[in-house]
Design a protein around this ligand. Structure first.
Ligand SMILES: [Zn+2]
Length: 241
């Protein structure tokens, strides 16, 4: 086999191995990202519950202020009662007191309702905080795992790159740039075997003379249909397929 062709086959296998790390990296990053999204969603939930709690508390405060002023009114009403001059004034004061008491009942009911809501929301907050804590722990764990995994991937990748660097130093520059140009579009199918007289890049059949050329493998051959570099796999490998 042509020496350059042999080098290109090895280089293409190396490039393929380097690229095979990409889905692993992507998978690890996705795994981590899912945890981040989960944690962020729980954080948002906590913030929402918190804002409802704050809002409810401030409503209760304002209702309690109303109670205070109604009570002041009632005290005033009692004081006035001591100095009434006639039945009409007494009736007016009684009417005022009834209205104030009605209002007081209404406001107290509202406060009760809000307190019940507050209790529910505070319970939800406890649960959400537990969930958040769990998600944070899970995220930290996965983040640790993923960074270890990525470090090991990068280490393996660096080893392959080093191997690649030493390999391309021995390859003729013209041949290397020919390979790189095809690789731009053909990616990991830049150098493909021919099986059953067909190019394994485009799966088109080679004509007899092209096929004979590939078998000879004196030159670097390209597929006439797609332009990929083609070669006949050594017998031992072809026998497996
Ligand atoms: Zn082809």
């Amino acid at each position: 086999m042509n020496r350059h062709l042999k080098e290109l086959i090895e280089l293409s296998k190396l490039d393929k191995s380097i690229d095979e790390f990409n889905p692993l990296i992507e998978m690890a990053e996705k795994k981590l990202n899912r945890r981040v999204v989960k944690r962020d969603n729980i954080s948002k939930k906590v913030a929402k519950i918190n804002s409802i709690i704050e809002d409810t508390k401030s409503k209760i405060d304002s209702l309690e202020n109303q109670i205070k002023s109604i009570n002041e009114q009632l005290t005033l009403n009692l004081a006035k009662e001591k100095v009434i001059r006639n039945e009409k004034e007494l009736q007016a004061l009684q009417m005022e007191r009834e209205l104030a008491n009605e209002k007081l009942n209404f406001v107290n009911e509202e406060i009760d309702k809000l307190n019940r809501l507050l209790e529910i929301k505070e319970q939800e907050m406890v649960e959400a905080n537990k969930e958040l804590e769990k998600a944070e722990i899970d995220l930290a764990k996965v983040s640790d795992e993923v960074s270890k995994k990525l470090a090991s991937i990068h280490e393996d990748k660096a080893k392959l790159y080093a191997k690649r660097d030493s390999k391309i130093r021995n390859i003729d520059q013209k041949i290397l740039s020919f390979y790189e140009k095809i690789r731009i579009w053909a990616k990991n199918t830049t150098v493909v075997p021919v099986k059953k007289q067909a190019c394994y890049g485009c799966y088109m059949r080679l004509n007899d003379s092209a096929y004979a050329e590939v078998i000879k493998s004196e030159e670097i051959c390209t597929c006439h249909h797609c332009g990929r570099i083609i070669y006949i796999e050594p017998q031992t490998v072809e026998a497996e397929g």
